[in-house]
Design a protein around this ligand. Structure first.
Ligand code: FCB
Length: 440
């Protein structure tokens, strides 16, 4: 133990998302999402894995809620599946879908765990994708409509709402590299998608305000601290623009009401991004929020030619380098540049080659060290004035890691996929102590 005490009432938590854990892909009127389509397309996911069953959380949620209570979690971040609430993304809500989330929320509250719900974690209803998905401005309005149904059913029972999980990942992985749903490769179009995601965020904030709810709301951005790979002027300039695309595109529009000039100039006046912006959009996008959710996994080192370079140990995730100071840097930077908005860390974690041992033990010492070092960095940020109120480890359970399928295990809790039995990893037992002591 490092002996780092956290502020009283610090919100120790864990995070999941609907498609990654729920399974029950056809239950109770759920419609298909882009991730059903993508994962069922040959060659799109490792081993052809899909979220059809995932960790069967839809049926096993009572056991999972008990696991959370056992760990002493104070906060649990989950997401709501749009196509459970509106099978084809429009129209009257599906009560059976909403009832599932009511059971989750009530189950959390009964166990003294604060629910934190994400409205969109990448699972666009396929029927909307068939009409253009986030390429289409209309999807932002459909999203606002969906959020109204969700607020009507759950609004005040969920004290913290998050709008859109990692818009940047949809833009980059869904529309540039194409290794996530909907699997497109169209870089100019990707930034039109970015604008519509941001618009959807702003409309969802306004929709919550319109209900008069006292619940809080904010965006969830994966932020990547960008560092120059050398001390040349060219590397500094390339890093600045890289940062524009990784961070400021989202932060500036949501928190300052304008897109960064360097990104707009780089896109050009005839770009889909610039052409999709209408009068008043930035005012909607920058509707005041109550908190900002930060997800941090890795730094990026930018070379003079605008490429990237590896500096630190990598992990089982090809894109991740281990750099705990990056957590400190990004939290302090966000507070300095966009403060004093309260912050929550909504994701941070490490994939490990976990194996179930003879005593049902999983000895994930690397994950314990990773979390300890990142918690310590967050502690240092708090000590330096960052208003960080909670921290959610990705993930509560091993789950469907998108294109990597079940091959990457990110959980505090191990899942034996053949039997769906859950086992606490060493990291879960360690985290339980951290929470109980409120000290790392
Ligand atoms: C984040 C996603 C989350 C999970 C982790 C590893 O980008 O939000 O669903 O895949 O990465």
């Amino acid at each position: 133990p490092l002996g780092l005490a956290f502020p009283d009432g610090f919100g120790w938590g864990a995070a999941t998302s609907a498609y990654q854990i729920e399974g029950a892909a056809k239950d109770d009127g759920r419609g298909e999402s882009v991730w059903d389509t993508f994962s069922h397309t040959p060659g799109c996911t490792k081993n052809g894995d899909t979220g059809d069953v995932a960790v069967d959380h839809y049926h096993r949620y009572p056991e999972d809620l008990d696991l959370m209570r056992g760990l002493g979690l104070r906060s649990y971040r989950f997401s709501i599946s749009w196509s459970r609430v509106q099978a084809d993304g429009t129209g009257a809500p599906n009560q059976r879908g909403l009832d599932f989330y009511r059971r989750i929320v009530d189950g959390l509250l009964e166990r003294g765990i604060e629910p934190m719900a994400t409205l969109y974690h990448w699972d666009t209803p396929q029927a909307l994708q068939d009409r253009g998905g986030w390429e289409s401005r209309d999807t932002a309005y459909r999203f606002a409509d969906y959020t109204e149904h969700v607020y009507a059913a759950l609004g005040d029972s969920v004290p913290v709402w998050l709008t859109i999980n990692e818009p940047k990942t949809v833009v980059q992985n869904g529309y540039i590299t194409g290794h996530h749903a909907p699997g497109k490769r169209d870089k100019p179009l990707a930034y039109q998608v970015a604008h519509h995601l941001q618009l959807g965020h702003g409309l969802a904030v306004q929709a919550l305000r319109a209900t008069g709810s006292a619940s809080r709301i904010g965006p969830a951005f994966n932020l990547h601290p960008c560092y120059p790979a050398d001390d040349s002027a060219a590397a500094a300039a390339a890093t600045r623009l890289f940062d524009g695309y990784e961070n400021r595109l989202y932060l500036d529009s949501a928190l300052r009401g304008h897109y960064p000039e360097d990104v707009l100039a780089d896109q050009g006046p005839d770009s889909p991004l610039v052409r999709s912006i209408r009068d008043g959009d930035l005012a909607v996008i920058s509707s005041p929020v109550d908190l900002l959710a930060v997800q941090y996994y890795t730094p990026i080192y930018v070379t003079a030619d605008g490429g990237t370079e590896q500096r630190h140990a990598t992990t089982k995730a090809f894109w991740q380098q281990i750099y705990p100071d990056g957590m400190y840097d990004i939290l302090t930077r966000v507070t300095r540049d966009y403060g004093p908005v309260p912050l929550t860390v909504t994701e941070n974690g490490l994939p490990c080659p976990d194996v179930l041992g003879p005593e049902d033990d999983i000895d994930d010492v690397e994950r314990v060290a990773f979390l300890r070092d990142h918690f310590a960095a967050a502690h240092r940020a708090i000590a330096d004035g960052v208003p960080l109120e909670s921290y959610h480890v990705w993930s509560l359970l091993d789950n469907f890691e998108w294109d990597q399928g079940y091959d990457e295990r990110w959980g505090l809790v191990y899942v034996d996929y053949a039997t769906q039995r859950r086992f606490l990893k060493r990291s879960a037992l360690w985290y339980k102590r951290v929470i109980a002591d409120n000290t790392v």
